[in-house]
Design a protein around this ligand. Structure first.
Ligand code: RRO
Length: 317
């Protein structure tokens, strides 16, 4: 099956990327897997200033899931431009790279994009508007408020012509209008979903298991939430979608593709097995061959969606 696609004016050899926050800037994983076998990567979120992150522990188990509160630890814009981008330019030229961008106020996002723009060496941006561990100044993450989101995306659109992805949060009543706001504001693609707010309590200390208190839930428990979000966003928007949340096996990635995602991202599973993304990409090709599908385009959005709840209100009698 043909796995290659042209999206955002670029070629993706296959639909599997590594998710933000799980592969550093690529360099950190170069000895653990063959990065050229991927469709691409999304870097760790970059902030204006360096951040040390939250107190340990930053990651705990949470049933069939993981809870993290890393707290956006990253070297900051200046070092990313002087150290990380040159490395990526030299070593990741065969795959597509999105730089994840985060901030507390809209102006921070725009300044980071402007700063990165002047260096280059990557395809585009993923605006992280949904970190559960680092909210917008004086409020919730931008992705929980379509109007706040719109402002950040419009401003970023004004300072770059590169592909602009917007990463949304799962914990909204209906992700449809949020996805619409992202598209209206000028996004080229939408990534769904970031982690879900969660809390693990240590019953001995009666305190939070994470050093920072609450955190973001990821892993298999998040998958059905992510697939549903992609399906809903597909109903409401027409730009490419990137599905992320709980992909461990080929079948998980296929669900996202069928729901309407053009690309998928692997996050938490990479920690247990850095080669998960490679394995899933090969598995998608094998599935296509087994099912007689010649091109991945024929899988994307092929979810039938024919089943509906039975009405119990009934009519008279
Ligand atoms: O760094 C983090 O704590 C973090 C981020 Br930026 C994010 O977007 N999602 C998440 O679960 N953790």
């Amino acid at each position: 099956m043909r796995l290659s696609q042209t999206l955002f004016g670029a070629t993706f050899h296959n639909p599997v990327l590594l998710a933000a926050g799980t592969c550093g800037f690529g360099e950190e994983l170069q000895d653990a897997l063959d990065l050229s076998s991927l469709g691409g990567i999304v870097t760790k979120s970059v902030t204006l200033e360096p951040r040390l992150g939250n107190p340990p522990p930053r990651v705990v188990e949470a049933g069939n899931a993981m809870l993290n509160s890393v707290g956006l630890a990253n070297p900051g814009l200046e070092r990313v431009c002087s150290e990380k981008l040159p490395w990526m330019k030299e070593h990741l030229s065969g795959i597509q790279v999105f730089v994840s961008v985060a901030g507390h106020i809209p102006d921070e996002y725009w300044r980071i994009v402007e700063g990165l723009e002047s260096v280059g060496g990557f395809l585009g941006y993923e605006l992280n508007l949904s970190c559960p561990n680092d909210t917008r100044l004086g409020g919730l993450p931008f992705a929980l408020d379509p109007e706040a989101l719109r402002g950040v995306v419009e401003g970023a659109r004004g300072v770059t012509d590169r592909p602009l992805l917007v990463k949304l949060a799962p914990n909204v009543p209906d992700i449809g209008p949020v996805a619409e706001a992202a598209e209206d504001a000028g996004a080229d693609g939408i990534t769904l979903v970031n982690t879900m707010p969660g809390l693990v309590i240590d019953i001995e200390s009666r305190d939070a298991a994470l050093g920072a208190g609450s955190g973001g839930l990821s892993g298999p428990a998040l998958r059905a939430v992510g697939v549903h979000a992609v399906h809903r966003a597909r109903e409401c928007t027409s730009i490419p979608l990137l599905g992320v949340g709980g992909i461990t096996e080929t079948a998980d990635a296929l669900q996202y593709l069928l729901a309407g995602a053009s690309l998928v991202q692997i996050g938490t599973a990479t920690f247990a097995d850095p080669r998960t993304a490679q394995r899933v990409a090969k598995g998608i090709a094998r599935y296509g061959e087994k099912m007689g599908v010649g091109d991945i385009q024929h899988l994307i959005g092929a979810y039938q969606g024919t089943k509906r709840p039975v009405s119990v209100s009934g009519g008279p009698g």
